[in-house]
Ligand binder design. Sequence first.
Ligand code: NAD
Length: 361
Amino acid sequence: MEMKIGVIKGDGIGPEIVDEAMKVLDKTAEVYGHSIAYTQLLMGGASIDVNGVPLTDETLKAAKESDAVLMGSIGGDAKTSPWYQLEPSKRPEAGLLALRKGLNLFANLRPAVLYEDLKGACPLKEEIADSGFDMMIMRELTGGLYFGKRSTEEVNGVLTARDELTYNENEIRRIAKRAFDIAMKRRKKVTSVDKANVLDSSRLWRKVVEEVAADYPEVTLEHMLVDNCAMQLVKDPAQFDVILTENMFGDILSDEASMVTGSIGMLASASLNETKFGLYEPSGGSAPDIAGKGIANPIATILSAAMMLRYSFDLDKEADAIEKAVSEVLSKGCRTIDIMAEGKTQIGTKEMGDRICECIR
Ligand code: NAD
């Protein structure tokens, strides 16, 4: 297969971790007989330095013309970087928001996996961590409370704020389909999370999800109230496969789920639109405190590249090979500084990329 991949290396540790992900992609393409054409794109602080703005129309156009985009993180130290002297609409993060909007990325996917060899980093009780977990949180990204009308006004002399939560059935249907498609590639279970005992938007969510489920007879669907889900994530995370939820619930639950894995350098993510296109990036930031030191953990970006192969290119075997290689390197005791533990071997960013490449087969 020929893949056209846009690459946004980004700021801070971005270029270091993206280089390793490209190395792993190249090795995987070589082993499995694919070819990759990369287009380098500037976004965030790196684009401000060259173009004066965090995202140009040309970059957005080039991103749209790619099959998928692999991205490092963007942004700098808010206290010291000159990028943060600019007005908010010209800062690095504005570029990311404009890119997500311009690409119509409505579905955010964040896996939370507890690796056998990193169980020690899990903050949950040992007997819970021992069962391990491997879940995917699918969060609606462009609707709901964060995009509704809002106002603050005085009503009868009392300051009153209002935020509107709106979903229509089409917005729910398109993300529900995405969640069921992804469950078909996994353990075939969807937990749809809502607050249907209180909210109308949740009752519509439940109704539409059930309609979509009828087209996926192999997938088990369960509904769970969001407050219960927040508890279950720390009580019995092994029960979850795909969690499907709306924007604000997903914002909170995906952070909770990733924190129970215990290590930010391991967290991949993807944002998808209605086509096969996706933007793949680590969940963490640009870590300006360790940029340029060659010590950042590239695994989140490498796992994001594996997600790209799986979800944008349907290359499941190749994605499995990358994920297995990561597990193998961890089981050999190799660790970057953020996941270092007693008795393990500390290695740098490049060496971690090299070790993972050696295990691709
Ligand atoms: P951060 O995630 O960059 O860093 C938090 C801590 O985690 C730091 O100590 C950092 O060294 C460590 N860390 C993060 N990724 C790591 C990795 N791969 N390996 C080892 N250690 C790692 O969060 P922050 O310091 O709050 O933000 C820094 C910048 O990143 C800000 O400009 C912020 O706006 C931006 N940011 C960008 C994105 C994105 O591009 N999607 C996401 C979050 C934050």
